[in-house]
Design a protein around this ligand. Sequence first.
Ligand SMILES: [Mg+2]
Length: 373
Amino acid sequence: MPTKTTVSVIKCDVGSLVGHHIAPKVLLNLAEKRLAEAQGKGLINSHYVFNAGDDLELLMVHQRGEENPQIHKLAWGIFLEASEKAKKLKLYGAGQDLLKTAFSGNVRGMGPGCAEMEFEERAADPIVIFAADKASASAFNFPLYRIFADPSNTAGLVIDPEMAGGFKFEVLDAKQNMTVVLKCPEELYELVALIGTTERYTLSRVWRAKDDLICGATSTSRLSLIAGKYVGKDDPVSIVRSQHGLPAVGEILVPFMHSYFVEGWMRGSHWGPIMPVGLKDSQCTVFDGPPRMVSIGFQICDGAIACDDEGKPMIADLFNDPAFEMARKEAMEYAAALRRMGEFEPARLPAEALEYTTLPQVVEKLKGRFKKI
Ligand SMILES: [Mg+2]
């Protein structure tokens, strides 16, 4: 059996600089130092640290498989240490996503978001990572549907015989805590029926149907369901594998030529337009947004990220490109239209989506004053 490679992206809001704006450099530096040590010890083969707005993102490439306790412990330890540092600096929301205290081998259900994918390396394996800030767990439903199921987005679905059998999609029902797998194109309408309900269903994994080759994985944690109250939006991450019988990198990026709407933004309580940005603009400002999406790409090489001559991982900052200028402009236009609505729906999420926020307390206060008619 050839050795398999695992890509793990584990993220957490451990505290941020000036409100919910960015995970500051000092926390990124700390994470970089700890991951470099882990790489030195051979626990991981490659790493890259970046931020999506106020979220600290740890990308680790290794050969220990998914849900590996050592890898998860490494990430959890970094988040704990970073949140301690954030508390000392009195950064905002320090440790806000660390919802449990006793680590039991896996970060799932403890607050941090996690997307992982283990696979046998192909001759060349291009990987695209997406990370969102101020967005809910199902923020990838729409683009992943377009990438893997929509022939008007992905030419390969039409003209590449390797993709002719379509793809299989695992959908998580967050209310029932159950999953279902649907195969497209045969069950395309059923897939859209489910994942169009973004508040409840999250697209969690994608495989090529003909051989079950894994090609998509997202983080699915819903912080409000873990904490029982609003503690910040989920701000999910996603890993997508590309080329050679899978969607091309350009087909993976083209859904972001236009903005689209996600739940999140201010106080996790509003619809907001996704703004795809380069890493230098990975920050939230207007109404704590608009919700940002960053994307990095790299090639997998012998269990690691392909490196330059100095041993530094070669990372492409995929949204750092004028080609996404139109989406950014659209995002601001949509943002302005929604903000004109103030706190009236559909700018604000419907009441059912706000059950874990402070809104119910406001309504509760008026309870006794309602009179029967
Ligand atoms: Mg965030």
